[in-house]
Design a binder for this molecule. Sequence first.
Ligand SMILES: [Zn+2]
Length: 248
Amino acid sequence: MTNKLREICYWCGKAAVSMEHVPPRCIFPEEKDVKKFYEGSYRKNLIKVPSCDLHNLEKSSLDEYLMATLTSKVGNNSLAFIQTKTKINRTLSRNKRLLNVKHSDVIEIGNYKFPISMIEIDNQQLTYAFEGIARGLYFYKNNQIYRGEIKVISEIFNNEDYQEAMIFNNKWIKIIENEAIDWGTKVLGENSKVFTYQFSPIDGFNCQTLKLCFFEGIKVYVILNGMSEENRLKHQKNFEFIQENFFD
Ligand SMILES: [Zn+2]
């Protein structure tokens, strides 16, 4: 990365005033919380990108919301559970309104008891957080700002109020997961128990999918539709041709 690039925000290109972790650092457990069972660090070589004030998500409360939502999800690894019992509890005691807990319970698996919480997911906030991570990783990888459209798809957006959106969502997840088998690209991330990411190859339409995985459980797919205006027009014509000639 050249010095000049270091000075612009990974999202908007304005002058950068600080470095932003992608994903936010708070997602990665602190040594003091895991030292009883793990001697190493889960904060090895965290990724940082230059950022303006507006796009430094770590300065907002969004990063805490993201952390709390991700780690409390059922199906994660044990590390997420420890993170919930330590850092999340400290955060929640400071900010009781961070999560909207609908229902709390204890489930028993074998001889172990696990407290679980059903939380109301704020789709919009989470989408914005994942978009920020995708833009950050794109900048980190390519040394340039991502200029196309972004669509975020994940099972984490489960919400009874959005049945229709969920059917669409789940259909796409299946398609992408099938494709991902053949991507052949590297899964990256030095703290793989906490976070990994993988870019798909770029297809003929200049589209690319980024797969994010948190705590070996939650998967988020970010579709980067980087189709150029020229390409878009070309396909628009094809589409119109099909519409006019093959349909009534
Ligand atoms: Zn910015």
